[in-house]
Design a protein around this ligand. Structure first.
Ligand code: SF4
Length: 217
């Protein structure tokens, strides 16, 4: 019989995520970790009252978890711009509307073990809404987003997250062809705004839910 070492890996990750939760709390964020996505989804859905508006950022994690459908089923109005055929003007308006909803859901491109939340955007709507947008921001992230420090986090945003996003959107960038970031100067470069939220900004409620599974890019 093949030996099974999964329990050790799971144990290590839980210990690491538990430390990151402590670090995030130390930075004034609300934070908790979950063993499975089902537990995280249940907690998240309980946090958001029915009949409230929820803006959703450009996040593969949120879509992978099927949260848009679950919220709509619960009676929430979900505002999101990843819709086929959304005209340019409507796309811009929708991104703005996401930022005035009561809740905002997204993931993060990287979270350091010290509690820094790092993101990279092409337009900047997601990062601005995370900092000064909806009254309540909920970030849900798999353990694959955890990095040692800010330098590694910035590398991750480009070399892993942005490369896959460039491929996803069919960007005319070197990385979308080669799978490697060369910190390009291409007109279609999608890496245009990098943010590091080091402490919870005043006047915001930011909750981070970490999950012991691989999620998103
Ligand atoms: S190659 Fe350009 S667009 Fe692609 S990840 Fe690097 S900086 Fe971003």
């Amino acid at each position: 019989m093949k030996p099974d070492y999964d329990d050790y890996k799971k144990w290590y990750r839980e210990s690491m995520l538990s430390d990151v939760v402590k670090a995030l709390k130390n930075r004034d964020f609300a934070a908790s970790f979950f063993t499975t996505t089902d537990e995280a989804k249940k907690a998240l859905l309980e946090m958001i009252p029915a009949n409230t508006a929820v803006g959703v950022g450009g996040s593969v994690t949120i879509r992978e978890l099927g949260l848009i459908q679950k919220l709509e089923k619960k009676g929430n109005t979900v505002i999101h711009h990843w819709k086929e055929g959304l005209a340019k003007q409507k796309n811009r308006e929708t991104r703005k509307e996401e930022g005035i909803a009561e809740y905002y859901l997204t993931s993060a491109n990287a979270i350091t073990k010290d509690g820094d939340i790092i993101n990279i955007d092409g337009i900047g709507n997601r990062v601005s809404h995370m900092i000064y947008g909806p009254n309540n921001v909920i970030i849900i992230a798999g353990y694959n987003k955890i990095v040692t420090d800010i330098d590694e986090g910035i590398l991750r945003t480009k070399e892993i997250a942005a490369v896959m996003n460039a491929k996803r959107v069919g960007a005319k960038t070197p990385c979308a062809t080669t799978g490697k970031c060369i910190d390009c100067d291409a007109p279609g470069r999608i890496c245009r705004v990098t943010t590091i939220i080091q402490y919870r900004p005043w006047q915001t409620n930011i909750t981070v839910l970490l999950v012991n599974e691989i999620l998103g890019f």
